[in-house]
Design a protein around this ligand. Structure first.
Ligand code: LLP
Length: 430
């Protein structure tokens, strides 16, 4: 199997960023998320470089939903990243990670009054998702004596080649304002005293392995940008949404790079801006591409079983990585303690959760397994820990960060006390 450069096999052991996964699992226990900070930084720099080689006003915003660990966000902040935040919690994380408010965009189709108030308080731009929200924000900003800078989220009505649950710019999707109603929305915003439209935003979906849909989205966006400029909207940024997908099937998926993205999208953007006669910042909000392949989830085989097929029962399930159960997502698995052994036996790798769908990897050819073997689930850095839960009374596992020769915990393991820590005893049970 093809491995990215930060993963390697030596003496039968899987290494990440030069660190032996077997030793890490022994030191920190399993399950364990292990992340290479250097890999994340490399991806960020690639995006930054590909775009800024073609245009000098580029801002890369990390989609915080993909991985909300402060250490990850801090590393990105230090490289100059901003963030797409989708909740007050993500907004707070981004600020705590050192991202300046001016580099944040508060997205979301269902914001609360408190979300809007927090954005206004910190001067964070809001991507407004409906006219109802526009007027609520206007009122919140008026009360605070401020003017809220906004974009509208455009629904470009584009079919994209990805799982239907993560296609976000379909005509039928819950996100954004239909593109044909966008000029009217800006007209309404221009009439609001405490709101100032300064940007335009879209996001077409996630895990897209073809640059063409991004080009189509850019075409819609530059056409609208021109129309808005003619209406007198002074656009300071144009945000093209999330980033590229990644090759979860290492040997067969296409692997478009930020350079491929920039080569395809930037001519459309540049020509569009020239036609509109404006030079706004170009914003982009990659999540998955920056963090997905940086991380392995290490999980120990508790037992094996030969039933109608062979099962390898491991200690991580959809409580820690829900993507396979939720989207039938594919993640490569490697037996980390015998990574060079021949793949002789088919196993379905199943988690410990009390649900039939708790399958991390169905029908994979692996070496013959025994209790105690260590399995690495690859590409677990995006929407992995971020979507984890305590389901079935399972405290979440720790996360470890690797940086050159250094290794450190970036999140401790939850304990049994963390399961009950937020629970209260109703008075009649005292
Ligand atoms: N911007 C907005 C407004 C988004 O909604 C998203 C992702 C992104 C940026 C980042 O997209 P990316 O670069 O990661 O493709 N949990 C699913 C993915 C959900 C994505 C939702 N929005 C999964 O595990 O595949």
């Amino acid at each position: 199997m093809k491995l990215p450069p930060h993963l390697s096999i030596k003496g039968g052991h899987l290494y990440i960023g030069g660190h032996d996964c077997i030793a890490l699992a022994e030191k920190y226990g399993t399950p364990l998320y292990v992340t290479s900070e250097d890999r994340i930084c490399e991806h960020f720099r690639d995006y930054q470089k590909a775009l800024s080689a073609r245009y000098n006003k580029v801002q890369v915003l990390f989609a915080a939903k993909a991985n909300g660990n402060l250490a990850v966000m801090r590393a990105l902040a230090q490289l100059g990243a901003g963030a797409d935040v989708f909740s007050s919690g993500e907004l707070a994380l981004a600020l705590e990670a050192g991202m300046p408010a001016k580099k944040l965009l508060f997205n979301g189709s269902s914001k609360t009054h408190n979300d809007l108030a927090l954005a206004v308080q910190h001067g964070v731009k809001v991507s407004v998702d409906s006219l109802d929200e526009l007027h609520q924000l206007d009122a919140v900003a008026r009360k605070a004596g401020k003017v809220a800078e906004i974009s509208f989220r455009v629904n470009p009505a584009l079919e994209v080649p990805t799982h239907p649950k993560i296609a976000t710019g379909l005509a039928t999707s819950k996100f954004g304002i239909p593109h044909e109603r966008i000029p009217a929305a800006y007209r309404e915003a221009l009439a609001c005293k405490n709101v100032k439209p300064v940007g335009i935003h879209c996001h077409i979906g996630s895990q897209i392995l073809d640059v063409v849909p991004f080009v189509k989205a850019a075409e819609v966006m530059v056409r609208i940008a021109k129309e808005l400029s003619e209406m007198g909207v002074k656009l300071e940024f144009l945000d093209l949404g999330g980033g590229l997908g990644i090759p979860y099937h290492h040997d067969t998926d296409p692997a478009p790079s930020p350079e491929d993205y920039a080569k395809a999208v930037m001519p459309v953007f540049l020509a569009g801006m020239k036609a509109a006669g404006i030079i706004p910042e170009l914003w982009i909000e990659p999540g998955r591409f920056l963090v997905a392949d940086s991380t392995v989830l290490l999980t120990r085989v508790n037992s094996t079983k030969a039933a109608h097929k062979r099962f390898a029962n491991v200690d991580a399930g959809f409580n820690l990585l829900i993507r396979p159960a939720m989207y039938d997502a594919y993640h490569e698995v490697i037996v980390a303690n015998r990574a060079d052994a021949s793949l002789t036996t088919e196993y379905t790798v199943t988690g410990p959760i009390c649900e039939t769908g708790d399958i991390l990897a169905p029908d994979r050819k692996l070496p013959e397994l025994a209790a105690g073997d260590l399995i690495a689930v690859l590409d677990a850095g995006a929407y992995g820990y971020a979507m984890s839960s305590q389901y079935n009374g399972r405290p979440r596992c720790p996360e470890v960060l690797i940086h050159g020769k250094d290794v450190a915990l970036m999140r401790r393991s939850e304990t049994l006390a963390d399961l009950t820590g937020t629970m209260l005893r109703p008075p009649w049970q005292r």
